[in-house]
Write a protein that binds this ligand. Structure first.
Ligand SMILES: NC(=O)c1ccc[n+]([C@@H]2O[C@H](COP(=O)([O-])OP(=O)(O)OC[C@H]3O[C@@H](n4cnc5c(N)ncnc54)[C@H](OP(=O)(O)O)[C@@H]3O)[C@@H](O)[C@H]2O)c1
Length: 282
């Protein structure tokens, strides 16, 4: 199996382009899934306070017997904690749950523009503190739309290293991706296989048949060739292995274009629209 490439972020840090996502993995199953992924060769785990499984991620890394420094760990600020003091407490709790004294990357999970008087700027400035004190090696955002990124650019010191947004062949999210490309913000594509929804598509299946790869591998490879960072989630060992095995083939530009043309615009979005999403977990 070929090695996972890294991408250099705008603060000089390097992130493995493929990782393992743990959204919707039960807290009690997370340590084992994480350990399995690491055993198979993953070195990048994407979790969040909202997923309630940071403790399992930390445990899985320790169970795998791999040095903390060899694994790239991302977590995200939960929606209820945007005010600076709440964000400071929440970040302390993230580190305590993981059992580590730093994360590689910490993100604002959602911009929540209709809550907190639309103030995600003071939240971002609080993440800048975590970066300065070294407990977050890099900081970034998730689900930020172009106006949100423009506001950070105008009102704060630090350009986010990444913007983690929904991207897959049915929702290519072009405008937000293009803004990132123009401003040195790496795109992390969440739900890279649209939670399975794109895998039965005839175009995807046709390319899979022609390349001898699975539909999931074809779609993940498309993301990699576009330069995005991905972390497919699976609790199925054979799929965890399959999703990593995408570095020994290349899609032709015609095949890559055919996948891009599956874009359905807003109709293809599977998750909430960040402009109106206002969920606060209880
Ligand atoms: N920032 C955000 O707001 C946000 C939102 C959503 C997701 N994310 C991140 O992105 C990660 C990935 O997104 P996601 O979990 O929503 O969806 P996803 O990775 O696109 O899809 C996961 C689903 O696809 C199935 N699957 C995985 N590999 C497969 C394969 N090779 N063949 C067939 N089916 C396969 C999994 O099933 P099994 O598990 O049953 O095998 C699971 O049902 C998350 O885990 C999380 O880290 C972030």
């Amino acid at each position: 199996m070929s090695e996972v490439p890294t991408i250099e972020l705008n603060d000089g840090a390097k992130i493995p382009q493929l990782g393992f996502g743990v959204y919707q993995i039960e807290p009690g199953e997370t340590a084992e899934a994480t350990r399995k992924a690491l055993e198979l060769g993953y070195r990048h785990i994407d979790t969040a306070e909202m997923y309630q499984n940071e403790a399992g991620v930390g445990q899985g890394i320790r169970d795998a017997g791999i040095d903390r420094a060899e694994v790239y760990v991302t977590s995200k600020l939960n929606n209820g904690f945007h005010k600076p003091d709440d964000a400071r407490r929440a970040f302390d709790s993230t580190l305590a749950e993981l059992g580590f004294d730093y994360v590689d990357l910490f993100l604002i999970h959602w911009p929540l523009p209709t809550l907190y008087d639309g103030d995600f700027v003071s939240t971002w400035q609080t993440l800048e503190e975590f970066k300065r004190d070294g407990r977050a090696r890099s900081i970034g955002v998730s689900n930020f739309q172009v106006p949100h990124l423009e506001r950070l650019a105008k009102e704060t010191e630090t350009v986010p290293t990444v913007n983690q947004i929904e991207v897959h062949p049915y929702f290519t999210n072009d405008e937000v991706r293009a803004y990132g490309q123009q401003h040195g913000i790496a795109t992390e594509a969440w739900s890279p296989i649209a939670q399975g929804a794109v895998l039965g598509d005839q175009v995807v299946q046709g390319i899979a048949d022609a390349t001898g790869k699975s539909p999931a591998q074809v779609v993940l490879r498309w993301h990699i060739q576009r330069g995005d960072i991905v972390f497919p989630k699976s609790v199925t060992p054979a799929r965890i292995k399959e999703n990593l095995d995408i570095f020994d083939f290349e899609l032709s530009s015609d095949d890559a274009d055919a996948l891009t043309e599956l874009n359905k615009g807003e109709k293809g979005r599977t998750g909430p629209n960040p402009d109106s999403f206002d969920y606060i977990p209880s």
